[in-house]
Design a protein around this ligand. Structure first.
Ligand SMILES: Nc1ncnc2c1ncn2[C@@H]1O[C@H](COP(=O)(O)OP(=O)(O)OP(=O)(O)O)[C@@H](O)[C@H]1O
Length: 214
């Protein structure tokens, strides 16, 4: 599904992160683990095309990610990659439904309120479609960010510490949602986490050994 080769990232000239190569198959679920500072978030951002590595290539869904730029990169990401970040990053001036319409628009897809209704129904949030982000609980906002990530039926879903601030019940609920929604899209799912509760559930592990500095 994706293939990362020879990836390095420089935050500064003295600070280069070097990542092992990584290949996944469509529909696999993966855990991305490693101690704090080992580069999990940096790697997820590169997989999403939000950061370009200093060296290396990423083929995602058959496309060479880093040769895309501008609106082409945005549209590719919007159609093919669903992102669940630590904080939901919903636009506060828009309602839940408007945030999701924006997700379709950014991907260059036609407005599809029926699909929004379907996803909100699956996630138990249809009654929140006219709410603004500040009117949601933390758990509800987290589920909206999952709704946004799966809305365009991506081929790859990336989640960065999606459960770290959740209690056990909500942790399992979020994992169930991520797994079932990824399966429904036949997407590859990558969850970056420190959370031992998540580690028990997913068998494929990609571990960043230590801070990979060269
Ligand atoms: N904006 C930045 N400028 C300089 N260095 C950075 C920046 N962001 C991250 N780093 C460094 O890059 C390394 C990897 O950071 P990253 O956030 O990817 O790690 P992580 O494994 O996700 O950590 P955590 O588990 O604590 O979230 C760390 O050494 C960090 O200090």
């Amino acid at each position: 599904m994706f293939q990362l080769t020879g990836i390095r990232y420089n935050y500064t000239s003295e600070h280069t992160l070097s990542f092992p190569d990584w290949t996944t198959t469509q529909g696999d679920n993966w855990l991305l683990t490693g101690i704090s500072g080992s580069g999990k978030t940096t790697l997820l951002h590169m997989l999403a095309g939000l950061r370009k590595p200093t060296q290396g290539t990423a083929i995602v869904a058959g496309t060479n990610l880093y040769i895309l730029s501008g609106s082409k990169a945005d549209q590719f990401r919007g159609k093919n990659i669903g992102l669940v970040l630590q904080k939901p990053h919903l636009l506060s001036v828009l309602t839940v439904e408007e945030n999701l319409l924006l997700t379709q628009y950014m991907a260059g897809l036609p407005q599809n309120k029926q699909r929004i209704k379907e996803v909100l129904t699956i996630l138990g949030l249809l009654d929140k479609r006219n709410s603004r982000p500040h009117q949601l609980s933390q758990g509800q906002a987290q589920r909206i960010s999952i709704a946004r990530a799966v809305l365009n039926r991506p081929k790859l879903i990336l989640a960065d510490e999606p459960t770290s601030s959740l209690d056990d019940v909500n942790c399992m609920r979020v994992l169930d949602l991520l797994e079932t929604q990824a399966a429904a899209c036949a997407a590859t799912l990558v969850i970056a986490t420190h959370d031992a509760r998540v580690k028990k559930r997913i068998t494929n592990h990609f571990h960043l050994d230590s801070v990979q500095m060269v």
